[in-house]
Write a protein that binds this ligand. Structure first.
Ligand code: ZN
Length: 273
């Protein structure tokens, strides 16, 4: 039986309480939201943290505190962001790797992000990949565009990333590639055989449709307030866990078993397996 890995991206960098008042921001709220998502069936949490004003930060102490609180509650796999937020420097974004998380996102190229943009050059990608390799952190190769798949290939060929590869396809970012299953399929066909991938549809409709894309093409699902704050058109989600619950239901109806954190550690050969 196939196992479905569900990642929950509980807050992100750009979502605010104005978008959804149920957004978790403090370390305590992030830990509780993670635990609720875990109980609902998420096996990976994708983690960003916020400062006291609720603004995105890459402060290592806040990450450390949040991870400690999560670990007191459950053994969910923790994937930290190294994408950070719009306008952050590489040094800022990379310091969280010192905590040696099990997984981390590795952005594989430059992309529009609404009216802003995210810069990731090949030299900076190499730096992230080297650090992750050194610390035994499994990268999620985040591709916001087709060219990012080829950029990832460059660092793979240079030996900076080791198999099994895990890709994250981020689709429907305003100004980026749109989500549709045909485009997703095109992307999936261009990654190395035997790789794993998770699809993230940004915005309510794309997020929901991407669950079915993952089911159809044997990928994994990501949900959460980083990607989408709605449950349905015009209706805000009550919690991250509510979005996980729906993904679990859809995956089970599609004939999948839900992967546990232990399954993920084995499948992606995490150093904690
Ligand atoms: Zn993120």
């Amino acid at each position: 039986m196939n196992k479905m890995v569900i990642t929950c991206a509980i807050c992100g960098a750009e979502t605010t309480k104005e978008h959804n008042p149920n957004l978790p921001v403090t370390p305590e709220e992030l830990a509780q939201a993670t635990y609720d998502a875990y109980l609902a069936g998420a096996s990976i949490v994708h983690l960003h943290v916020r400062d006291k004003k609720g603004k995105a930060t890459m402060d290592v102490d806040i990450f450390a505190q949040t991870i400690k609180l999560i670990r007191e509650k459950c053994d969910i796999v923790i994937e930290v962001t190294t994408g950070g937020g719009v306008g952050m420097s590489d040094e800022e974004r990379m310091q969280v790797l010192e905590l040696k998380p099990e997984m981390a996102s590795l952005d594989c190229g430059t992309v529009n992000f609404g009216d802003e943009f995210i810069v990731n050059t090949l030299p900076s990608m190499r730096n992230y990949a080297k650090k992750m390799k050194e610390y035994g952190v499994r990268p999620t190769l985040e591709c916001f565009d087709l060219s990012h798949i080829y950029a990832a290939e460059v660092i793979i060929k240079e030996g900076l990333v080791e198999p099994p590869f895990h890709y994250g396809f981020v689709m429907n970012v305003p100004g980026g590639v749109k989500y549709d299953v045909e485009t997703l399929d095109f992307f999936v066909r261009r990654i190395p055989k035997g790789s794993f991938w998770t699809v993230m549809g940004i915005g309510g409709r794309a997020s929901l449709l991407s669950h079915y894309g993952a089911l159809s093409l044997n990928g994994f699902i990501r949900v959460g307030f980083e990607d989408n704050v709605y449950y349905s058109k015009g209706v805000l989600a009550k919690s991250n866990a509510q979005l996980v619950e729906r993904a679990v239901r859809i995956a089970k109806e599609g004939g999948y078993e839900i992967a546990t954190p232990k399954d993920v550690r084995e499948l992606l050969k995490l150093r904690t397996a």
